[in-house]
Design a protein around this ligand. Structure first.
Ligand code: SF4
Length: 355
């Protein structure tokens, strides 16, 4: 693995988000209560509200980001009525025409992607389409009441790519009827579709979702946080090996999820991605120590300043683990800004990490 330099990751680009919770969706997936996830009630923004919000974002963020997109998340965009789709796009397009925003994006279900649906938006400056895939196992999709099959995703991905859109795929772990091997197989299947980026979400038990009922009567057991982090780490590394960016792991810390009345159970952590990256770094350090001749009593680690918190782990749990497991008296971490952001030297061994 080579140094990744200082190139900004994909998700550094500014996204002006418009949540359209559950809108355009005739389904009720067992895990979904989009109103909880987005913290908003179900309504599409008016043109006036969209203009106001985009202008607010532009005023504060215009000069700090390489590119800007307006996005429609949280519902099933292409499942909206044609009039609503056009109204939303027509409200957003002038920002692109004036050069204030680069392009538009939306998330939608795989079974809404048809040649006709894509033809209807062909003249709009949409650059990115994200699919809520969740799993590539029909049995898991059925248990989650998704209402589509894995083949719908394969077809949709091909149509999206054939039209030249950037393709994003979202998958979930911990769904009813799924397991680690199933999630890993899903990751491989998604990587084979050659998406431009993916997101990985743990299944959470949200109040008001059908899963909440299954959880209450003991028919669904959410993943433990540690096991979920380890699984998502494996998935991240699968995508990374194929050079597919993983732009998010875990749900965003939103007001809805911070409220214990909304989040009933499940592997939620506001710094979920950090936990995954920290575990990757811990594995790498342990790999060096495990293969060394004599574990040192004092361990020297040199790394780029941006990597330090991942070396330490959340609340320094990596350091505590290393000290206990390898009987280290002291771990000295030195920051070196000349290192690549993913470079780390453990003792005398230099590594370039995927974290
Ligand atoms: S497809 Fe499922 S997850 Fe998406 S909005 Fe509809 S019910 Fe929710």
């Amino acid at each position: 693995m080579k140094p990744n330099g200082n190139r900004a990751p994909l998700d550094r680009h500014l996204i002006v988000p418009f949540f359209i919770p559950h809108m355009g969706c005739p389904h009720q997936c067992v895990f979904c209560n989009q109103r909880t996830i987005t913290g908003k009630s179900a309504q599409t923004p008016t043109a006036e509200a969209l203009h106001t919000e985009v202008k607010r974002f532009l005023k504060h963020a215009k000069k700090r980001y390489a590119s800007i997109q307006i996005s429609f998340f949280g519902g099933n965009f292409l499942g909206l009525s044609p009039d609503t789709i056009k109204a939303l796009l027509n409200a957003a397009v002038p920002f692109v025409r004036r050069g204030e925003v680069d392009s538009l994006r939306f998330s939608t279900r795989p079974d809404t992607i048809t040649p006709q649906a894509l033809a209807a938006i062909a003249d709009d400056p949409v650059s990115t389409v994200e699919l809520g895939v969740q799993s590539m196992h029909d049995s898991v999709l059925k248990a989650a009441a998704r209402g589509h099959r894995a083949m719908d995703t394969v077809r949709a991905a091909a149509l999206i790519k054939a039209r030249g859109y950037q393709l994003g795929l979202q998958m979930m772990v911990g769904l009813p009827g799924d397991n680690d091997a199933g999630a890993i197989a899903t990751a491989h299947a998604l990587a084979a579709l050659k998406p431009d980026f993916v997101r990985i979400y743990p299944t959470l038990v949200l109040a008001g979702s059908p899963l909440a009922e299954l959880f209450r009567c003991g028919r669904y057991h959410p993943m433990a946080l540690d096991a979920c982090v380890t699984l998502v780490k494996q998935l991240f590394l699968i995508f990374k090996a194929q050079r597919i960016p993983v732009v998010r792991m875990g749900l965003q810390a939103s007001d809805g999820l911070a409220d214990p009345a909304s989040l009933l159970a499940g592997p939620y952590h506001p710094a979920f991605g950090h936990l995954v990256y920290s575990e990757i770094v811990l594995d790498a350090i342990q790999g060096v120590l495990a293969h060394g001749q004599d574990p040192p009593r004092n361990l020297s680690i040199v790394t780029h300043p941006r990597m330090v918190s991942r070396v330490q782990g959340l609340n320094k749990r990596n350091l505590r683990h290393l000290q206990a497991a390898y009987h280290l008296e002291e771990i000295v971490i030195t920051q070196d800004a000349r290192f690549a952001p993913n470079q780390i030297r453990v003792g005398s061994q230099t590594l370039y990490l995927d974290a």
